[in-house]
Design a protein around this ligand. Structure first.
Ligand SMILES: [Zn+2]
Length: 84
């Protein structure tokens, strides 16, 4: 039997914030969001690294994943702000 976890939580808070990026080793702009039960998540808009609950999230094994993460974070932010 295979268990499948499907997450449909809609983030309550989505914002731009300047935080310290442990990959860039300096403060960068992040798209951050808060999901109930899961906590804070964020994507660095400089390097594309994703963080959740103060830990690095797994990197995809795909070409141009950094740029795709940055574009996805920007799109996510714009879509959330458009629905406010
Ligand atoms: Zn970074």
């Amino acid at each position: 039997m295979t268990l499948c976890h499907i997450k449909f939580a809609r983030p309550d808070i989505v914002k731009l914030d300047r935080q310290y990026c442990i990959h860039c080793e300096k403060r960068q702009f992040f798209v951050v969001w808060f999901e109930e039960w899961y906590g804070w998540y964020g994507t660095c808009l400089k390097c594309g690294e994703k963080f959740g609950c103060d830990e690095w999230l797994p990197r995809p094994f795909a070409p141009r994943w950094r740029q795709q993460n940055i574009e996805a974070a920007k799109k996510f932010y714009r879509r959330h702000k458009a629905n406010d």
